[in-house]
Every structure is written in C-alpha cells, then in structure tokens.
Design a protein around this ligand. Structure first.
Ligand code: PMP
Length: 360
C-alpha cells in the first residue's frame, strides 16, 4: 500500500513499522484473545505496557531516578494549567519566555492561577527567533521559568539553554521531544503531548523532578495533582490505554533504529534538505525563522505573494503532499518533519520545491 507524503503538524506521521505491528496485534494482543483497547487497565498485560513504556522512555532520554515519569490526559494544553497549579508557590511569581502562540497560551493560563509574567519575548519580530539569553533575567525568587523548546507554528527551536537559571526550568517539548539527546537534569519538569514525535494523541508525557512533587498541595483536585498521579503510577483513573500502547511501540521503534542520537542525525539531514531548497532559491522561498533559531521539526517559509503560495499549495496537494499550509497565524507554508517522516519523503518535497521554483 502507498503511504501518504504526510507533513502534518500533529497529529502527524507514525512509523510504518509501528502501524504494521499494531495492525497485527489489533485482534489478539499477546494471546489474550483481545485487542489492547479491550484489556482492563488493571490487567497484568496493561500494567506491563505501562511499566515497559516508562522504562523505555527513561532509557531513551536518560531520565535519572530522581525524576518521575507520568502519562496524563488533557494534552499539553492542560499542562498550561497544571504546571502553575502545582508549582507556582504562594507569594512568588513565575517567568515565561514568549516564543510563539503556545507559550503565550501557557502564560495566559498561568495568569488565571497566580502571578506570572513574560520575562523575555520575540513577539515584536513576529517570533522569528528565540530571545537572546542576555534578555532572560529570571528573579531568583521565582517559582519557575517556562520555555517552549520548539515553536511548532513559527518553526523556531531552542538549540541551547540559558546558563544562569537558578529556578526550576519547565519546558513544553510537545513538538521536539525525542528528536535529539536531552539533558534532563537541566529541567524541573518537561511535558509533551504525544501526537508529534511520540505517538497518537490522547496521552501527555510529564517528566518531573521528584523534589518538585512536594509542591503539589493536597487540596488540589485529584486529577490535576501531580503527586496523585505519581502515587498511582499514572493509573489513578482509566488511562488512554491505546495511546500508551502506541507510545510503547513508537519508543521500541526509536530504540531499534539507534535511539535519540540516530534520530537527531536523521532529523538534521532531513531539515537541511528543505533549508537548502530555501537558501538556494535566490529568495523565491523565504524562511520565516532566523537561521540560528531554525527548527529541525517544523520548516516554515513563504513565497512572494498569496497567489503564488496558493498555486504552490494546490500543486503540492495534487502531487500528493499533505499538510503543507502554514498555520493561519503565520501564513505561507510549513513542512513538519517529525521523527517518523521518512527521509525519502523529505527528498521528494525538496525536489518538488526546486522543480516548482524553476517552473515559476
Ligand atoms: N505546545 C506546543 C508546542 C504545541 O505544538 C501544541 C499543539 N500543536 C500544544 C502545546 C497544544 O497541545 P495539545 O493540543 O496537546 O493540547
């Protein structure tokens, strides 16, 4: 069967091997006579899936023992609320670095919970870059500093971390988790919705330093309390069993191809195919992001005018490319090339871009 040339921003392409395995196990998971989604979440089989998935993630991202791994629901958007609800301490404020729509939303939700403010922002340049670290001056009494490591809509990414942050660093890694090696001890908490690099939608990964769990007040609603989820090993209520199972399959696939170092190599190769098509186009394609802030996951670019953009998108669609329209807030085009997008699909897109330019 021919697979689509899928450049969707999320939900996004999944590894073919993962889909094939899920198909094979659909009716009968490990001789249970049931599909995974028919298993009780209290069954031995599902408990094993839950534990194996956690330990695969621990292995791949080198997560130290003093961190808890949680599988939650509500998407990254619920983390915009849970982070301040659990971690924003009375009498203290939280700092947010604004690098796009998602960090703006994270800040807005935090301000409903307590005191939170933008301490740096690249909004004035239409989020073309990550603010310079000299701008990031976080007050030492702050509860935490929040960043968005990859900006899905604008196509920018943090390639380094601010050095002198003496408060817990909280990162929304929804669109770049598992795309490159990660130094977990630099962070207090990491969160990511699964539907880009980790699996289908429905499960949200939270990696939290155990010390920070002490901040979760017992009077918080149970479902919004990190400590409750940690105590119950992410089985406080019925988890999204099918999504967790898919997460396990994606992590097994990632491990089988050589882990995050290999994924980073592939991602760099894929991104450079498209950035080369942009940079060698004599201005026919213009990258939205400044070069030093370019994302390896979401490649954003514009063409000279709206007519040419819509011709490009129309012809791309006719040639089988899916999901290339830019987000409505930026316009232009966006190619999302997460871990599971095959290099040959990106090669085809680069070729299409070059051919389209020569024709126009
Ligand atoms: N943060 C980032 C960086 C995202 O890209 C997205 C979704 N595209 C979100 C947060 C929101 O995620 P969800 O839809 O899982 O709530």
């Amino acid at each position: 069967m021919k697979r689509a040339l899928n450049f969707n921003a999320g939900p996004a392409a999944l590894p073919e091997a993962v889909l094939a395995r899920a198909e094979k196990e659909m009716m009968n998971y490990q001789d249970s006579g049931m599909g995974v989604m028919e298993l009780s979440h209290r069954s031995k089989q599902f408990e094993a899936i839950n534990e194996v998935t956690k330990s695969l993630l621990r292995g791949l991202l080198n997560i130290p023992d003093d961190y808890e791994v949680l599988f939650l629901q509500g998407g990254a958007s619920l983390q915009f609320t849970m982070v301040p609800m659990n971690l924003l301490e009375e009498g203290s404020a939280a700092g947010y670095v604004l690098t796009g729509t998602w960090s703006e939303k994270a800040l807005k939700e935090a301000q409903k919970i307590g005191s939170a403010a933008a301490i740096a922002s690249s909004k004035s340049s239409n989020y073309k870059s990550i603010p310079s670290f000299t701008e990031i001056d976080v007050h030492p009494d702050s509860s935490y500093l929040h960043i968005t490591t990859n900006n899905t809509i604008y196509g920018t990414q943090w390639h380094d971390l601010p050095k002198k942050v003496n408060v817990p660093l909280i990162a929304d890694m929804s669109s770049d988790i598992l795309s490159r090696p990660l130094h977990v001890p630099s962070y207090g908490l990491i969160y990511a919705g699964a539907q880009k690099n980790l699996g289908p939608s429905g499960v949200t990964v939270v990696i939290i330093q155990k010390d920070l769990l002490k901040r979760s007040r017992p009077d918080l609603p149970s479902m919004l309390n990190y400590q409750v989820h940690a105590d119950s090993k992410s089985l406080y209520n019925t988890p999204p069993t099918l999504s967790v199972y898919f997460l396990m399959l994606v992590l097994e696939w990632a491990e089988s191809i050589g882990g995050v170092k290999q994924l980073e190599l592939q991602n760099k190769e894929k991104a450079s195919l498209l950035y080369d098509a942009i940079d060698s186009s004599d201005g026919f394609y213009k990258g939205h992001a400044e070069k030093e802030s370019r994302s390896l996951m979401n490649i954003t670019y514009t063409l000279e005018n709206e007519d040419l953009t819509s011709t490009f998108l129309h012809e791309a669609e006719k040639s089988g490319f899916i999901g290339l329209a830019g987000h409505r807030s930026v316009g232009g085009c966006r190619a999302s090339i997460y871990n599971a997008v095959p290099t040959e699909h990106v090669e085809k897109l680069a070729k299409f871009m070059n051919d389209f330019r020569l024709r126009n």
